[in-house]
Ligand binder design. Structure first.
Ligand code: SF4
Length: 221
């Protein structure tokens, strides 16, 4: 994966990562109110040698920030894990808890920003500060051939991390972009949030159509 070879740092931040003061203050505030929640940077969830990397923007408050596993515990996870199971990218039963025993197959799930941001909106500097973990994750997993960006902001954040021009790769649901200099494709989907599904912006069939395309790029082994 050219351009990533120099990124040999840790793939996951320390649990007490101090680098974004606003997010540190927010997670400490939540820790006082919900001491039983994770309230810390969320590590990627992965199988060995994944070919598919799924990227969200940041943990959800009652999802990953609570359970400690990406997309686990909120509605977005219900649709994502149901679809991963259907397409052979996960095994087991998804019970919306990090100890449900579910495993990924040939897949990894991460967030561009590892800590919960207020109103689900990280700032530009926070996105840039957390970028080294995304780059190290990519560099440490040369098996990745397909990247699925959940939502426009994840799409743009990923392109910026690879120093690719956003205008050359416009976001569109179900789009597939070949990335010059990288042996992988970027796929786009509207975010699988409750809002998007309730409003009909994203249906289950629309989400499946993205995974149909991904399976064309990386057929089931
Ligand atoms: S968002 Fe990333 S860089 Fe910022 S405090 Fe959390 S783990 Fe550290």
């Amino acid at each position: 994966m050219s351009g990533l070879e120099g990124n040999t740092g840790p793939v996951d931040p320390p649990m007490d990562c101090p680098d974004c003061p606003r997010l540190v203050a927010f997670r400490e505030e939540l820790r006082a109110v919900h001491p039983d929640w994770h309230n810390a940077p969320v590590a990627s969830f992965t199988s060995k040698a994944p070919r598919l990397l799924i990227i969200g923007l940041a943990p959800g408050m009652k999802g990953a920030n609570c359970t400690g596993r990406p997309f686990t515990g909120d509605y977005a996870g219900d649709l994502l894990y149901q679809t991963l199971l259907e397409y052979g990218f996960a095994q087991g039963t998804y019970l919306a808890r990090s100890d449900d025993g579910l495993t990924l197959c040939d897949a990894m799930i991460t967030n561009a920003v590892r800590c919960l941001p207020p109103q689900n909106k990280p700032t530009g500097p926070e996105i840039r500060t957390c970028r080294p973990y995304l780059l190290s994750t990519l560099a440490a997993n040369p098996s990745i051939r397909a990247v699925l960006a959940l939502g426009r902001i994840a799409h743009e954040t990923f392109l910026s991390a690879l120093e690719l021009r956003r205008a050359s790769f416009p976001f569109a649901h179900c789009a597939e972009h070949d990335l010059p200099g990288h042996d992988m494709s970027l796929f786009d989907s509207y975010h699988c949030s409750r809002y998007n599904t309730n409003t009909g912006r994203l249906t289950e069939d629309m989400f499946r159509s993205v995974f149909d395309k991904i399976r064309t790029r990386i057929p089931e082994a």
